[in-house]
Write a protein that binds this ligand. Structure first.
Ligand code: GLU
Length: 448
């Protein structure tokens, strides 16, 4: 009988030692999309075993950023609340001979590495501590020396997995150092707790940056040592700036700054969902549709370029489609749905709505017109006064003016737009004019 298929569980596992940056956000999003596509669960795991560097304000900021992006976790765990679980797994691995005690100082290790490199050999830990007897350990303990712990890699077979993005991977464990998993003070390094958690939380898919590929080689053996099947792994190419270089800016560019610049979460999600594929960014897709079409197979191994100019372009395209209900609380007092729909095609950012609202409500400053144009505008004012304003006043006004003055095209429309809005360009006048309203429109035409 075929084994039952496990429900997909993904996780985003940031260390709360700083703000999320674009690269982390992409990782979070892709894990969310992967889970949603499969009707599975997306977990937030706060990797805060490093008490000295982890900060509660960063945990709050991570939650707030995910929530702003609409990536709501189906569960949240904190590693600092799970030490008892790690301890139990640790005891088992010690009993099974997969963890061993070491005492080398970092200076000693450094020196050994240099010697090996000098001889043209890979700087791998020589497992000297494996030769220590129980009596040696007892003597060290008596002298107040505390051990740190390494995971004993199994050297018997290559470590292999089929990576969701990189394809078939193979590592020779003999070319790898047994990793330190626990420090002499009892604190944990990232590697083992993460594998224990992935087993405990039923994580089926680990999707992260390619800077973790060599960690995965080690963790594959940790899963096996813990008696578990390793999850599926996929490692994404790192992000580069628009110039194609790893940029410092990307390492610090976060939600706060993007928000400040008028970027909407839908735009960031639309762009990052496709970044790393050659698929076009589609601003009309909502998160559900993005999840449905998410496909790891579309992601390449070449570094993915993050271009802020493109983000602003996607943002504008998104803003042009945002419904009133989504933006109402961000708009100036009194600005209604008709005004939003009239001006939305002219916006790069929602914040600019206030400028156009000002054009609607006035006062506006029109340019100095010559006598002829002023005469034309006064005819316009007279015709506007006689119009039926409940129908389509702009159409009525321009048709009547065309008949009365013989003007057409730009000479007809431009002075009207300038007198009515103080601008040479802007939203559709057919939508704007009823919003400006009869009395105010007459005032602006007469002032021309
Ligand atoms: N806390 C690790 C990191 O931020 C998690 C890596 C992982 O996804 O396992 O790099």
């Amino acid at each position: 009988m075929a084994e039952p298929v496990k429900p997909v569980v993904t996780r985003f596992a940031p260390s709360p030692t700083g703000q999320l940056h674009v690269g982390n956000i992409r990782t979070a999003l892709h894990n969310w999309l992967l889970a949603k596509q499969a009707g599975g669960k997306f977990l937030l795991r706060i990797d805060d075993t490093d008490a000295a560097r982890s900060r509660v304000e960063f945990v709050d900021a991570i939650r707030a950023d995910l929530s702003w992006l609409g990536l709501h976790p189906d569960g949240e765990e904190r590693q600092s609340a799970r030490f008892a679980i790690y301890e139990a797994a640790f005891e088992k691995l010690v009993a099974a001979g997969r963890l061993y005690r070491c005492y080398e100082t970092s200076q000693e290790l450094d020196l050994r590495r240099k010697v090996l490199l000098g001889r043209g050999l890979p700087p791998i830990y020589d497992r000297a501590a494996l030769a220590l007897s129980e009596a040696d350990h007892a003597a060290k303990a008596a002298a107040g020396e505390k051990p740190h712990w390494r995971f004993l890699l199994d050297h018997d077979a290559p470590i292999t997995w089929t990576d969701g993005i990189r394809g078939s991977q193979s590592f020779d464990p003999k070319q790898m150092s047994d990793p330190v998993v626990r420090r002499a003070d009892g604190s944990w390094l990232y590697m083992l707790p993460s594998a224990i958690d992935d087993v405990e939380m039923g994580v089926t898919d680990v999707l992260r940056g390619e800077d973790h590929v060599s960690n995965t080689a080690t963790q594959v053996q940790m899963f096996t040592a813990l008696g578990a099947e390793p999850p599926r792994f996929a490692h994404e190419a790192l992000l580069t700036g628009a110039e194609g270089k790893l940029s410092k800016r990307l390492g610090s560019l976060g939600v706060a700054e993007l928000r400040e610049a008028g970027i909407e979460p839908e735009a960031l999600v639309a762009l990052l969902a496709r970044l790393g594929t050659s698929d076009p960014v589609d601003a009309s897709l909502d998160a559900g549709a993005l999840a449905a079409s998410f496909d790891l197979g579309r992601f390449g191994r070449a570094p993915a370029r993050f271009d802020e100019v493109e983000l602003h372009r996607v943002n504008a395209a998104i803003v042009h489609h945002l419904p009133f209900a989504r933006v109402a609380h961000l708009l100036p007092e009194g600005m209604g749905e008709a005004a939003w729909e009239a001006i939305r095609p002219n916006l790069a950012h929602i914040g600019e709505a206030a400028d156009w609202w000002q054009v609607i409500t006035g006062p506006v400053t029109a340019p100095e017109f010559d006598d002829e144009t002023r005469g034309f505008l006064h005819v316009a004012a007279d015709l506007a006064a006689a119009l039926d304003w409940t129908a389509e006043p702009w159409r009525g006004l321009t048709e009547a003016l065309k008949a009365a003055t013989g003007r057409k095209g730009k000479t007809l429309f431009m002075p009207l737009r300038q007198a009515l809005t103080g601008m040479d360009h802007g939203p559709d006048m057919g939508q704007l004019l009823p919003l400006i309203g009869r009395d105010e429109a007459l005032r602006r035409l007469q002032a021309g």
